[in-house]
Ligand binder design. Structure first.
Ligand code: AP5
Ligand code: MG
Length: 215
């Protein structure tokens, strides 16, 4: 199964993708995570992307589509993909169709996380992740069971994203409205979009997604 999680910054794409990885053994393909890894490693892609990401703008379609193609090539044929943060423009949606067709894959579901933008700033500015395994947390909504210790790997080091400040978040949201929300009709026309209430508790959102994907 191949699915897209679609929603603005802070909608919960990464949070829900991590759960699907654990529960269903699918692979999370987050272009944001790939780009952050490239920035950290100082690759040519990372050098191009760094300032763009810090401003909250979109990196070029060619760069992100190439990253997605490479990740899919590294996956087993039977492994399902969760596209998290991709596609984000009409050009990326077109590229994804080609990328999937070339690999004998197709899209099964697009899950739209329906959220109230005003409350997303709090979600994003309170977010942090384990510096070792990447598990996501939140100051208010999802704290480690033992304070200061990652539930998943036991690390005591955590980090916050440089683009998780209010000003950059506002730019990221404007980019979403202008360039990403308009791609929804492409998938609606194919009858594969389901809207899920992304303002519910994290566990309830997971259950709603499970219902869409089925046993
Ligand atoms: P990316 O990393 O994709 O960031 P984003 O889309 O802005 O989304 P976020 O990761 O901020 O939000 P999320 O939906 O994953 O929320 P999360 O689950 O963490 O992209 C970053 C940048 O990279 C872009 O700005 C761009 O520059 C570039 N880029 C990436 N992909 C690109 C592409 N395809 N094309 C061009 N450029 C690209 O949740 C947020 C917080 O809320 C967490 O702390 C979580 O614990 C909490 N939370 C989650 N769900 C709930 C809930 N239901 N209730 C309460 N709290 C919740
Ligand atoms: Mg994310």
């Amino acid at each position: 199964m191949n699915i897209i999680l679609l929603g603005p910054p802070g909608a919960g794409k990464g949070t829900q993708a991590q759960r699907l990885v654990e529960q269903r053994g699918m692979r999370q393909l987050s272009t944001g995570d790939m780009l952050r890894a490239a920035v950290k490693a100082g690759t040519p892609t990372g050098l191009k992307a760094k300032a763009v990401m810090e401003r909250g703008e979109l990196v070029s379609d060619e760069i992100v589509s190439a990253l997605i193609g490479d990740e899919l090539d590294a996956m087993g044929a039977g492994e399902g993909a969760i596209f998290d943060g991709y596609p984000r423009t009409a050009a990326q949606a077109t590229a994804l169709d080609t990328i999937l067709t070339q690999r004998g894959r197709s899209l099964d579901h697009v899950i739209e996380l329906d959220v109230d933008e005003d409350q997303l700033v709090e979600r994003i500015t309170g977010r942090f992740t384990c510096a070792n395994c990447g598990k996501g947390y939140h100051d208010r909504f999802e704290q480690p069971r033992q304070p200061g210790i990652c539930d998943k790997c036991g690390s005591t080091e955590f980090k916050r994203r440089p683009d998780d400040n209010e000003q950059t978040v506002r730019t990221r949201m404007a980019e979403y409205r202008a360039k990403t929300a308009p791609i929804l009709p492409i998938y609606e026309a194919r009858g594969i979009v389901t809207r899920v209430n992304g303002m519910a508790d994290i566990d309830d959102v997971t259950r709603a997604i499970e219902t869409v994907l089925g046993g």
